[in-house]
Design a binder for this molecule. Structure first.
Ligand code: FAD
Length: 302
């Protein structure tokens, strides 16, 4: 992307209602803390601004990518494109039959909001990093539940640029996927099903789930969560990698966690290349030992 294009986009996108930054380091916006500067980092201030900006970029045939909490992506050393962040779409409202949440609200803010209002049903997501938009896009799941099970309605921009609303049953949720992921749609706002509950029971459920995460996951080191999807129901990726003696194997500063072998952690200055090479080593070893070809859950953005 040429410098003069950047400057013209900077003014236009600012006017359309966004915080716009040039050469923004992406390691600041990802939980794995990997990634050099993105050419343009655009954070719309409202859903209306988001719709206007996407409409404009589509009319120019300019590519962009949507970033939520950055808890599932690994950026390269530099990214010559436009990243649209949902971080300013951060409003939550409670209504009579559910809660309405803008895409950029962190999942954990929703959980703690529900606790404050005595609303139950989302505790299984406690401690899940990232945003509601990212979780719905990925159909994030934890401890036997998936967010798709509690989605009531989604407002989104479809692959043709049209703003639509659909109910949860029509979102085609499946393991780590959804209609939005299949078609590259942008999630704007989500309504979730919740019910009145007892605050102490909700709090205790949250503490139980959080305790299990703290016990099992390497939360004290930067990561992007489980590196691989489960190839089938009873195949446990972490324990398979551990049994192969690969725990703590590293490439540069990218290392298989010594706490949970399904996670790759950044020991300090890991690069995307380190992560990619480590993934290849793991895949080769697992394929050779089991015949199974693992697929990445973390997203390597190039
Ligand atoms: C420590 C740790 C633990 C984790 N545990 C779990 C777990 O238990 N279960 C689980 O499922 N995942 C887990 N993850 C992975 C990750 O947190 C989830 O996938 C999360 O839902 C991603 O949300 P995000 O907002 O960070 O998305 P991002 O990482 O920002 O983006 C992920 C994908 O979603 C897209 N996206 C984000 N927002 C939108 C939007 N509004 N509209 C359209 N597309 C969008 C992006 O383009 C990208 O393709 C974990 C990650 C970490 C670091």
């Amino acid at each position: 992307m040429a410098k003069r294009d950047l400057r013209s986009y900077f003014h236009k996108l600012s006017t359309l209602g966004a915080d716009v930054r040039l050469n923004e380091p992406m390691k600041w916006h990802t939980t794995m803390k990997i990634g050099g500067p993105a050419a343009l980092f655009v954070s719309p201030h409202s859903i209306e601004a988001m719709i206007g900006i996407i409409d404009f970029l589509r009319s120019e045939a300019t590519l962009y990518r949507i970033l939520g909490g950055g808890s599932n992506v690994v950026f390269p050393d530099s990214y010559d494109g436009i990243v649209i962040s949902t971080r300013n779409l951060n409003l939550i409202e409670a209504g009579d039959s559910g809660i309405s949440i803008q895409a950029g609200v962190p999942v954990n803010s929703v959980i703690w909001f529900c606790l404050s209002k005595g609303l139950a049903g989302l505790e299984f997501l406690t401690g899940l990093p990232g945003t509601i938009g990212g979780a719905v896009f990925m159909n994030a799941g934890a401890f036997g539940g998936e967010i798709g099970e509690v989605v009531k309605l989604v407002e989104y921009i479809d692959e043709k640029g049209i703003v639509r609303r659909i109910d949860g049953d029509s979102c085609e949720f499946s393991y780590r996927s959804s209609l939005f992921r299949s078609f590259g749609s942008t999630v704007l706002r989500v309504e979730l099903k919740v019910e009145q509950g007892d605050k102490e029971v909700i709090r205790s459920n949250m503490q139980d789930i959080l305790g299990r995460r703290l016990e099992k996951q390497p939360l004290d080191l930067p990561s992007a969560g489980s590196a691989f999807v489960r190839p089938y129901q009873d195949f446990f990726v972490g324990s398979t990698i551990e049994k192969l003696g690969l725990k703590a194997l590293s490439v540069g500063d990218a290392q298989i966690s010594d706490k949970h072998a399904g996670f790759i952690v950044n020991r300090g200055n890991a690069t995307q290349r380190d992560v990619v090479l480590l993934i290849e080593k793991i895949k080769d070893a697992v394929r050779e030992a089991t015949g199974v070809t693992l697929e990445e859950e973390i997203q390597i953005w190039r």
